[in-house]
Design a protein around this ligand. Structure first.
Ligand SMILES: [Zn+2]
Length: 557
């Protein structure tokens, strides 16, 4: 059953909204949802996607604020892969946008004989001549139309045409989940990032400024219009390439980081400059904490930018979207209820944390999104620990638990563009915290986090790869722990029974063979399995407690 949008209490709306996005909008909680051919075309690497690898996107877009329309052109450069190929190439461009013309290697082409190109919903099937394996080709799509307008960005997605507080046009895009094909033609799947980055050219009326990802490489003024060209040289998720258009002003700074000088650029609306300069002082401490835990910022070449956005926030690579109102907490609230969540700006910390988990390490399928959201949610705990101590971090991550709903597994269904439960945030963070307890060596745990970002640098991964990596590097077999917390919605129960001078214990409500070790609050470790075991009671049975850093249930009888 889907949660009715209108019945949500306003407070609930603000505090857990961002985390339940996919449940609230468009995707029912029921795992048995029927998937369509459109879902499969979008969410899997079908035959018309498998034979080519995106190397580069060159996107040009010109929005019209009055008619809420855009016109654009995207050049997609790709490499022909070995193996079987179909006569068609699949490009995603969501309705109601319309293709005007197609160029193959810069030559106009209407229909490659004898077949025409055609669309099937949001997918365009383009017939192309066969080209040699490993050769580099390009297809250019010219298009226009009224893109889907976001109703409640960043949660539902689409183009945003709004006005700032003094009445100037303010435009941007939020499209995570929904997909970048809501505004530009691309291979809209997380598994294929353009290897050599992307160029975004934005044409705007000359009283407005256009900001994009990475670095400004060109600015051209003519006939009352300004054309801004931005470039990222690193691979980037399609949904992360985003224009920001408004009455922006900027300032720069640098950070002496682990890999040398990191350029920082801030873009905010004129009227918010003073507030922003004060609030954005949190950026450097945030980056320092994350470099300590995760290793060097992954995009020195493209720099770090924080850009004021007409929505709460998003992890847009090298142009992080900020809309938290220049205040601490999550729109002023503490998600953990412990007091630690209002000591820092949630959007600066969380969305920038994604530069490591989501942007540096990206999951192949949306179903594994917990790798983005679980680790990034845990980055908040690590940020707190870095500045306020370990106990503060423990309290924060434990405080988040009350938001876990256990409605369905954290990992979603593969191949249909479907995320798992919104629990990927808080339960994902708590899972990482549990894993850290089991590793029981904070330095080793930190080296694993840094190792993930180094060994999977700018790569696409599966959850399984990340799980295996952690097991291997920690020397602990964590397979059952990951299965339990990621692939079921059951919270394991530790069954404790008193028997004269002994305590009997075992796991219930768990996957077969569940064998997670657990620390008692007196510091003693036990190794329960699903078979009952006994230990000598060292203290009074009623005083026996499990370390609160484990997210489990305890049943005493
Ligand atoms: Zn996030």
């Amino acid at each position: 059953m889907q949660i009715p949008k209108m019945k949500i209490q306003p407070l609930l709306f603000l505090t857990c909204f961002v985390l339940l996005v996919s449940d609230l909008f468009g995707q029912p909680l029921n795992q048995k949802r029927k998937f369509t051919r459109q879902d499969t075309l979008r969410g899997s690497i079908g035959p018309e996607r498998a034979w080519w690898d995106v190397l580069h996107y060159d996107i040009t877009v010109e929005p019209d604020f009055t008619t809420k329309s855009i016109k654009g052109k995207t050049i997609i450069q790709y490499k022909v892969l070995a193996g079987q190929r179909t006569d068609y190439l699949q490009i995603d461009l969501q309705q109601p946008l319309k293709v005007d013309s197609i160029f193959y290697n810069n030559k106009l082409y209407i229909n490659y004989p004898p077949r025409p190109y055609y669309n099937e919903g949001n997918v365009w099937h383009i017939p192309l001549p066969k080209a040699p394996v490993n050769s580099v080709q390009s297809v250019t799509i010219v298009y226009h139309g009224n893109p889907k307008v976001a109703q409640m960005p960043p949660w539902d997605g689409g183009w945003i045409f709004t006005k700032d507080s003094v009445g100037n046009p303010w435009m941007s895009v939020a499209c995570q989940g929904l997909g970048a094909s809501v505004w530009y033609p691309c291979k809209d799947h997380q598994s294929d990032e353009p290897d050599s980055g992307a160029v975004l050219t934005i044409n705007v009326p000359d009283k407005l400024t256009a900001v994009g990802n990475g670095r400004l490489t060109n600015k051209n003024i003519s006939n009352g219009k300004t054309s801004y060209t931005w470039e990222v040289k690193s691979p980037i998720n399609t949904y992360n390439i985003v224009p920001y258009i408004g009455k922006y002003v900027s300032w720069r700074d640098t950070l002496q980081g682990e890999n040398g000088k990191l350029d920082l650029t801030y873009w905010v609306l004129e009227q918010d400059l003073e507030k922003a300069k004060k609030q954005f002082q949190q950026v450097k401490p945030m980056l320092r904490a994350f470099e300590y835990w995760f290793g060097p910022y992954p995009f020195y070449e493209d720099g770090y930018q924080l850009v004021q956005a007409p929505h709460l926030g998003m992890e847009h690579q090298s142009a992080v979207a900020y809309g938290n109102g220049f205040q601490n907490g999550y729109l002023g609230n503490d998600l953990s209820g412990t007091g630690w969540g209002t000591k820092w700006d949630y959007i600066i910390v969380h969305e920038s944390g994604h530069e490591w988990f989501a942007n540096n390490i990206t999951t192949k399928d949306l179903a594994d999104m917990w790798v983005h959201e679980g680790f990034t949610d845990y980055s908040e705990t690590l940020f707190i620990e870095y500045y306020y101590g370990k106990e503060a971090g423990n309290e924060y991550v434990q405080g988040l638990r009350k938001k876990i709903v256990n409605d369905r597994p954290v990992i979603g269904i593969y191949g249909v563009n479907q995320e798992g439960s919104g629990d990927m945030y808080y339960k994902g963070a708590n899972l990482i915290h549990i894993v850290r307890q089991i590793i029981n060596d904070d330095e080793k745990f930190r080296q694993i986090l840094r190792g993930l970002n180094k060994d999977f640098y700018h790569q696409i991964v599966t959850s399984k790869q990340v799980e295996d990596y952690i097991s291997q590097k920690s020397g602990k077999d964590l397979r059952k722990v990951f299965d339990q917390y990621l692939r079921t919605s059951q919270v394991p129960v530790l069954d404790l029974k008193a028997e004269s001078d002994k305590i009997k214990f075992k796991w219930t409500n768990c996957v077969q063979g569940f064998n997670m070790p657990v620390k008692l609050s007196n510091g003693q470790w036990i190794n329960p399995t699903t078979l009952e075991q006994k230990i000598k009671a060292g203290s009074n049975f009623k005083d026996v407690e499990v370390d609160k850093n484990f997210y489990i249930q305890v049943k005493k009888s």
